[in-house]
Design a protein. Structure first.
Length: 278
């Protein structure tokens, strides 16, 4: 028995380590803010698992290679495993370095399946939601796009790889400035950012082939519908307590059709939208 004691102690310690390690990993995968720019109920999406399994094996040491690997996993596990099938969208999501759009202290979570906080109490949307909205907008190489709610600039960067030009408008001046500098620094030359209320669109550059909105008004702003080209698409979260992701299609004859896609949770659209619906 005395000779078996060290062996028994060893087995007990190993078991405790495995339990502690597993709990830590689960906390890490499930943790983080479930705030905005996120699918409210991912189980409602057809054609994909409700929650993709996250691979937590350690990436290689070299920082760039590690981020590239994390991005590849993000695309295969969070996007392809759900319902993102547009090859151009998948390629763009593979190329844009999301870790350059998040706060320094959150770089380790840049490729996690969640929105993350940015400055001024706002968020960068969940990667899946960015990909879904982009896919729904059907960007063509020749398209001129309007992006409402620049935030970190990530959605604008993804669109810039798929369109001819992206006009991006952000109501918080500090965010608009940081995003403009960030996009310029990273060489996204076909993106123009300005501070302003996106409720009114950007009439000087209208009409747009597609419009993507990342903040939720209670009703679709009429100026955005007016600034859509015939054949164009507006992708927007709509609602106060319950939000839906809506695609507004403007047909060639100018008639407008609405399609509800999934429940979502976005920050509210501020500015004129809140004056209309206080
Ligand atoms: C979910 S965050 C943006 C995510 C962003 N697309 C990204 O990739 O990081 C929504 C943004 O919309 C902005 N916003 C809210 N109301 C707005 C309005 N009326 N016009 C323009 N931007 C607005 C917020 O300040 C916030 O930065």
């Amino acid at each position: 028995m005395t000779t078996l004691r060290p062996l028994l102690v060893g087995i007990v310690l190993a078991t405790l380590w495995v339990i502690a390690h597993t709990t830590w990993q689960l906390t890490r995968v499930r943790g983080g803010p479930q705030s905005t720019g996120v699918a409210a109920d991912q189980s409602q999406q057809a054609g994909g698992p409700s929650q993709p399994v996250e691979d937590t094996t350690d990436p290689p040491d070299d920082a760039d290679a590690a981020h590239t690997l994390r991005r590849q996993r993000m695309v295969s596990q969070q996007l392809e495993a759900r319902d993102i099938t547009d090859k151009r969208v998948l390629e763009a999501m593979l190329k844009v370095p999301r870790h350059h759009f998040v706060r320094d202290d959150l770089i380790d979570r840049a490729y996690h399946d969640m929105p993350l906080p940015i400055e001024h109490g706002q968020t960068i949307s969940q990667p899946y939601i960015v990909a879904l909205m982009t896919q729904l907008a059907q960007p063509a190489e020749t398209a001129v796009a309007l992006d409402v709610g620049t935030g970190s600039g990530y959605q604008a960067a993804v669109l810039s790889l798929l369109c001819k030009h992206v006009y991006s408008i952000e109501i918080i001046e500090g965010l608009a400035e940081t995003a403009r500098e960030r996009l310029e620094h990273q060489g996204y030359e076909n993106v123009t950012v300005r501070a302003g209320d996106g409720y009114g669109g950007w009439p000087e550059h209208a009409p747009f082939d597609l419009i993507i909105v990342a903040a939720a008004p209670e009703r679709v702003p009429q100026p955005l519908i007016d600034q859509l080209k015939p054949g164009g698409r507006l992708v927007i979260p709509v609602g106060r307590h319950y939000q839906s992701l809506v695609v507004v299609h403007k047909e060639q004859d100018g008639t407008v059709r609405r399609e509800q896609v999934i429940p979502v949770a976005f920050v509210p659209m501020t500015g004129q939208a809140q004056k209309d619906d206080p």
